[in-house]
Design a binder for this molecule. Structure first.
Ligand code: MN
Length: 267
């Protein structure tokens, strides 16, 4: 019998191209696209993303739109690679270029959470064990990641897509299900896949994505030593305020590091 491939059964398209709709909003504020490009490079340098993963920002001139790179490795993103999208994931100015299959993560979270201004989706290796463990859950082990709250929600895609999906968020329906599991949290783990982190701004979401990964590494080490003391609810609240005020300090360092790396690559 000539069996169709599972990929064809699932309607998998290896390269995602979609026709543009509408016209671009007013141009974003000066510096917003530059900051989005930097965020791509910083996340790559900190190994939150590798060839895969993406970061977006809500459009500052139209809250019903967001900016996200075309389909490519974040380390290689330049200003001309940034595409404008409607919240349903339809591009405005992709001009036939391939776009990320999982753009629905971004649009559906912006739709569900008015407070969210930037989103990072990654396959950061350190967090993956906490998405698949049946006993351990990702919790803040130090003051740098109080934003995690007392516990990190885990998205189980089988509940929405059955037990034979490719685990990718390839539709608005799946994006909506992910946003619903995220609820009011800053981070949602995705079982067998990775994580999605949200923030008010590009700088805050990059900070959270980097420290989510570091927390996962430290928590795994601590668990190997035995039972672990996590931050209390009071400590979560207090550290979120105090460390949250230091986001620019990290951003300025990380920005300089990627700029220096770019300069040395040019020589
Ligand atoms: Mn993914």
């Amino acid at each position: 019998m000539n069996r169709p491939s599972p990929a064809r059964d699932a309607g998998v398209v290896p390269v995602s191209v979609q026709e543009d709709r509408g016209t671009p909003a007013e141009p974003p504020a000066a510096g917003l696209v530059d900051e989005l490009v930097l965020a791509n490079h910083i996340l790559s340098r900190h190994r939150v993303v590798d060839a895969f993963g993406h970061v977006s920002v809500r459009h500052d001139q139209d809250p019903e739109r967001f900016l996200l790179a075309r389909n490519m490795a974040p380390a290689l993103v330049a200003k001309s690679d940034i595409v404008e999208f409607h919240l349903d994931g339809t591009p405005v100015n992709a001009h036939g270029r391939s776009i990320y299959l999982e753009r629905f993560i971004h649009g559906e979270i912006y739709r569900a959470r008015e407070d969210v201004g930037a989103v990072v989706h990654s396959h950061a290796p350190a967090v993956v064990p906490f998405g698949v463990s049946r006993t351990a859950s990702l919790k803040p082990v130090w003051h740098m990641s109080g934003f995690l709250g007392l516990e990190t929600p885990v998205f189980e895609i089988r509940d929405a897509a059955g037990d034979a999906s490719d685990l990718l968020i390839r539709s608005n329906e799946l994006g909506g299900a992910l946003a619903s599991t995220l609820d009011q949290a800053c981070v949602v783990l995705m079982r067998g896949h990775g994580a999605t982190v949200v923030g008010e701004s590009i700088r805050q979401v990059v900070f959270r994505a980097v420290y989510t990964q570091l927390n996962a590494e430290l928590q795994l080490q601590a668990l190997q030593l035995g039972s672990v003391d996590y931050l209390t609810a009071g400590e979560v609240g207090a550290t979120t305020v105090s460390v949250g005020s230091q986001v620019d300090r990290a951003w300025n360092l990380w920005k300089r590091e990627v700029q220096n790396a770019d300069t040395s690559n040019d020589q």
